[in-house]
Design a binder for this molecule. Structure first.
Ligand code: SUG
Length: 471
């Protein structure tokens, strides 16, 4: 299908991006000033293991910025998404705490510290969970579709949905974008965004196949699911997104995540698999009926992508156990295409130091496939909460012109980098211990930081903060 020549069912509602210039822009989440280890995420082994450790919001944010710089240095278009204001006072007030900001925080800390911890989570940094994106080349109206995730499977993450929708709507406000509301906040529609979606195609500029991966299906008896940890993404949610995004039937596959992987700590698909253009890298135990599904995918890919080859790089359990996959986050690498067409992996530094993970990477790099290089950024502050390099970014296929014509300042360039580093060092604490969440001063510091960031990025009043800090 030629995107410049829409068929009857493709009403052309917005400008069609030119095929040549569509590339993938990584929108990384800026780590927020309350980054902490409260152990809120059941089924996420790192979050549980590191519960109550002291964190360093400053180091976490600087590590994130350093990763962005390393990608930008490779010529990869890089952008940012801002953090959200925490603790979330709207949420705490809706739970019945009244008074000024400091009063609400003090009362919540005294009466229900876990609720305050949920309200204080900086988890919006993992922007792979911010939304599901379908590029214009895949959709019937040739607009980019975006569904912000409802994140309804955990209290602390469900708070992200409304602010994320506000931010994404203000960034992607042009007629070539359609930002939907999140799916209903109901268990049957539990949705965790792009972490459970993979796209394969001959290139980012060409129509592809979107593979939606779910952990649970309402129609299947409960005994079929994981027994130790909860599945977060539902089939209903994935199906609803594919419908909303106007994806053609031959562009969609729904795969079920292997319950064994969920029970080993793969709470999202992106802990055991990652795809980029014509490469799919996955663990042998990532999906149910894996052999059959891969066969169907190969066939579909060849039909859809004019006979081009799909490289499936499957890492066997003998080569890297599921436990080691979860410990090292090898599959949470970013897989990125350089302008030359070669790909490189952006793997957590933990993989460099782990012999089986390192060997698996060396085997990939020396094999007959497009992946030729690897970078190992240190994102340890995020990793300790179960977020690797791929968790920290939302992939948005768009043209360079579209990126440059956004009304807000999200493009990561040397000037923004230096302003953000300076902003982080001025506003973020070098150390935060769990008891500090009860300190109302932390809220005031965060408010002032976000008010400044809102101006710096050219976001409208009320997108990150409004009113004054003390209310
Ligand atoms: O949802 N951690 C996040 C990590 C998300 C990683 N994202 C992807 N795999 N795409 C989560 O489990 C920990 C918060 C805490 O424990 O305080 C947390 O929410």
């Amino acid at each position: 299908m030629n995107p410049h020549n829409p068929t009857n069912d493709q009403q052309q509602l917005g400008p069609v991006p030119s095929n040549e210039t569509i590339c993938e822009v990584n929108f990384d989440g800026l780590v927020g000033p309350t980054h902490n280890y409260a152990g809120l995420a059941f089924g996420n082994l790192a979050s549980d293991r590191n519960r109550n450790l002291d964190s360093s919001p400053r180091q976490a944010a600087l590590q994130g910025l350093e990763k962005m710089r390393r990608l930008a240095d490779q010529g990869i278009p890089q952008a940012i998404l801002p953090p959200q204001l925490r603790p979330d006072l709207i949420f705490l007030r809706s739970c019945g705490f009244v008074g000024s900001a400091p009063e609400v925080i003090r009362k919540a800390a005294e009466i229900d510290p876990r609720l305050l911890a949920a309200a204080s989570s900086a988890a919006s940094m993992w922007t792979a969970n911010a939304a599901t994106i379908s590029p214009a080349v895949d959709t019937a109206d040739q607009r980019l579709h975006c569904t912000p995730a409802n994140l309804s499977s955990s209290m602390h993450r469900s708070l992200e949905a409304i602010p994320t929708t506000r931010v994404l709507s203000s960034i992607f406000s042009g007629s070539e974008f359609e930002v939907h509301p999140p799916l209903p906040q109901a268990a049957s529609f539990s949705d965790e965004g792009a972490a459970n979606q993979m796209r394969v195609s001959a290139s980012h500029a060409e129509p592809g196949i979107e593979i939606f991966v779910h952990g649970k299906d309402d129609a299947v008896s409960p005994g079929d699911g994981p027994s130790r940890f909860p599945a977060r993404q539902t089939l209903r949610a994935s199906q609803a997104i594919a419908r909303r995004h106007l994806l053609r039937g031959d562009s969609v596959l729904h795969w079920r995540q292997n319950p064994v992987a969920i029970d080993a700590g793969a709470f999202h698909n992106d802990v055991v698999a990652v795809a980029n253009e014509n490469v799919l890298l996955c663990h042998q135990d990532a999906f149910c009926d894996q052999g059959k599904q891969l066969e169907i995918l190969r066939e579909r890919f060849s039909q859809k992508c004019n006979g081009s080859e799909l490289f499936v790089l499957e890492i066997g359990r003998e080569e890297l156990s599921l436990d080691d996959a979860v410990r090292t986050y090898l599959f949470n690498s970013q897989l990125v295409t350089r302008r030359s067409g070669e790909m490189f992996l952006v793997a957590p530094s933990e993989c460099e130091q782990h012999s089986a993970a390192r060997k698996a990477i060396d085997r990939i790099l020396s094999g007959d496939n497009p992946v030729k290089d690897a970078l190992f950024p240190d994102v340890r502050q995020s990793m300790q909460n179960g977020g690797g390099p791929a968790c920290l970014r939302l992939r948005v296929p768009m043209t360079a012109q579209q990126l440059d014509s956004l009304d807000v300042r999200v493009r990561f360039d040397p000037e923004l980098e230096s302003e953000l580093k300076d902003w982080v060092v001025r506003h973020y604490r070098p150390v935060l211990c769990p008891a500090d969440l009860a300190d109302p001063e932390l809220y005031l510091e965060s408010w002032r930081a976000l008010a400044e960031l809102q101006c710096l990025m050219g976001l409208g009043d009320g997108v990150l903060v409004e009113g004054d800090a003390g209310n």
